[in-house]
Design a protein around this ligand. Structure first.
Ligand SMILES: CC(=O)SCCNC(=O)CCNC(=O)[C@H](O)C(C)(C)COP(=O)(O)OP(=O)(O)OC[C@H]1O[C@@H](n2cnc3c(N)ncnc32)[C@H](O)[C@@H]1OP(=O)(O)O
Length: 181
């Protein structure tokens, strides 16, 4: 296996027709169906990069910017944005296309952290990423910063570290009533 690979080597794209069976009560495509497709393409991309089976470790926030209508084409594109030791961040972008008008809408983007597994079930070292363009560097740096800030936020809110008195003022004006036992 190569020690370093470019994101082009594992880039994946799929296009799927949105069927009535994918719709929610409002007639739009169900968010859960889109998330399922996003997870699948993130898996395909991470597996291609690492030449291993991968698991989803985390999914960064997903904003549903525009709904996808039944009868539209949904195109998902995935590429590796960041490589750690055993983890990879896969950027996933979803666009819809109206077949008759050709109108393309950006529906959502998200970042999936995938971890490569060896045959023994243990986490496996993945090839590093070759950064070829300014865009590659921007994506890598952004993922690194997102990982560091998630780590800081998680440790601040760990129940052992959490200092309740520091947060009482922070919650002023929120839709809550303090009613401690
Ligand atoms: C419940 C479900 O069905 S989820 C859907 C399917 N997913 C799964 O089943 C995954 C279940 N979880 C696991 O298998 C494990 O917890 C793993 C693989 C995610 C983490 O493995 P562990 O051995 O516990 O963690 P470890 O601390 O060594 O982390 C391994 C790598 O994952 C990264 N990682 C672990 N958890 C997270 C997280 N929540 N977010 C981002 N990165 C993470 C670490 O930073 C590390 O990266 P690096 O090797 O590149 O430095």
């Amino acid at each position: 296996m190569k020690k370093f690979k470019s994101s082009r080597e594992s880039r994946v794209s799929i296009t799927e027709l949105m069927l009535p069976s994918h719709s929610n009560f409002g007639g739009k495509v169900h968010g859960g169906h889109i998330l399922n497709l996003m997870d699948q393409i993130a898996f395909a991309c991470a597996s291609k990069h690492s030449q291993s089976y991968c698991v989803t470790a985390s999914v960064n926030r997903v904003d549903f910017l525009n709904p996808i209508e039944v009868g539209e084409l949904a195109t998902l594109k995935a590429s590796i944005n960041y490589t750690g030791k055993t983890s990879m961040v896969v950027g996933v972008r979803v666009e819809s296309e109206n077949i008759t008008t050709g109108e393309v809408k950006h529906c959502n983007s998200s970042y999936f952290t995938m971890v490569a597994k060896g045959k023994d079930g243990k986490n496996k070292t993945v090839p590093g990423l070759i950064l070829k363009t300014k865009q590659d560097i921007r994506r890598f740096a952004r993922s690194k910063e997102r990982k560091q800030s998630a780590f800081k936020r998680d440790s601040k809110y760990e129940s052992n570290n959490f200092k309740v008195n520091e947060y009482l003022e922070f919650l002023q004006g929120e839709n809550v009533k303090m009613d401690f036992d």
